[in-house]
Design a protein around this ligand. Structure first.
Ligand code: NAP
Length: 272
């Protein structure tokens, strides 16, 4: 049983380590391979994997949008976002596409916190790049009523608000700190705070003491944002679990086992 991940470049991907861990743990006779595929070779590569008998694959940057258009069948999430990260070759030869980042985000939060507080609540989200859209979709599915979306380039936040509707309210980047005053959840989806990137400047003085704080950045695991929130007593959830949980639907579809996300897996991925 074969699966893998297509991207350009691909050497940074943690997916081979985490799927490899699960394959060994569940004693499955299969393999999961990293595959460097140039943007103009995507269709040829996908056809080649089908011909080679692969069960399916993950796709990462820069192929997520192009692959959604290639698929024969798309989940409602893929239809809505126009992007996919998980492909399955079905027995009739058709290509099925899903987008599991939003699922991974919510499952990670659920493992670390009680999400009932989100229903009808307000979320402040920093960043309106590729990772923000699936997170917004998943939060609205959880019953969040308002998402205040703050992005350095305001037009990107406005484009998402135009697409999603009045539940998403763009907030100027300079006003992000005041926007958290009554929020139930603060999420960083920018790349700020990641190793090699500038720091995220975010004072938390106005954040309610019980507001949950999470960061999609997982390198470092404890970002400055999470450290500052933890210090003032707010509950925090780090971003690594999102990466691990988004991989579960694909593994289940290709290898027939719904895998666990636990400390062994976290250690395997962190030490890779
Ligand atoms: P992206 O599409 O490149 O978006 C980057 C975001 O960061 C944009 O909102 C961008 O604002 C903002 N940004 C970058 N530099 C900035 C600066 N100097 N000041 C203010 N804002 C800045 O990236 P992405 O795919 O959304 O990923 C974002 C982060 O999430 C990355 O660190 C990625 O590793 C992480 N991520 C984690 C997971 C997980 O499973 N935990 C999944 C996906 C992504 P502009 O629009 O103004 O440029």
């Amino acid at each position: 049983m074969l699966a893998g991940v297509l991207g350009w470049p691909i050497h940074h991907s943690k997916s081979p380590v985490l799927h490899g861990h699960w394959l060994r743990r569940y004693g499955i006779d299969g393999a999961y391979l990293p595959m460097a595929v140039r943007p103009n070779s995507l269709r040829t590569a996908v056809d080649g994997l089908r011909a080679l008998g692969f069960r399916g694959c993950n796709v990462t940057i820069p192929h997520k949008e192009a692959v959604a258009a290639l698929a024969d069948l798309r989940t409602p999430t893929v239809e809505r976002l126009g992007s996919a990260n998980t492909l399955v070759f079905r027995e009739d030869g058709s290509l099925w596409a899903d987008s599991t980042d939003g699922y991974g985000f919510i499952e990670n939060l659920k493992q670390g916190a009680d999400l009932s507080r989100l229903r009808g609540g307000t979320v402040v989200m920093l960043g309106a790049g590729g990772a923000a859209r699936p997170v917004i979709g998943a939060l609205l599915e959880q019953g969040v009523s308002t998402i205040r979306l703050s992005n350095r380039s305001p037009e990107k936040a406005e484009a998402i608000a135009d697409l999603v509707g009045s539940a998403v309210q763009p907030v100027p980047w300079a006003e992000r700190e005041a926007a958290v005053a009554d929020c139930a959840l603060l999420v960083n989806t920018t790349s700020l705070g990641m190793v090699g990137q500038p720091a995220l400047e975010m004072r938390l003085d106005d954040l309610p003491p019980d507001a949950l704080v999470t960061d999609l950045v997982y390198a470092p695991l404890e970002t400055t944002l999470l450290g500052a929130a933890r210090t003032r007593g707010n509950p925090v959830v780090d971003g690594l679990g999102m990466l691990l949980h988004q991989a579960r639907p694909g593994f289940h579809a290709w290898f027939g086992t719904d895998p666990d996300v636990d400390d062994d897996l976290r250690s395997a991925v962190l030490s890779s």
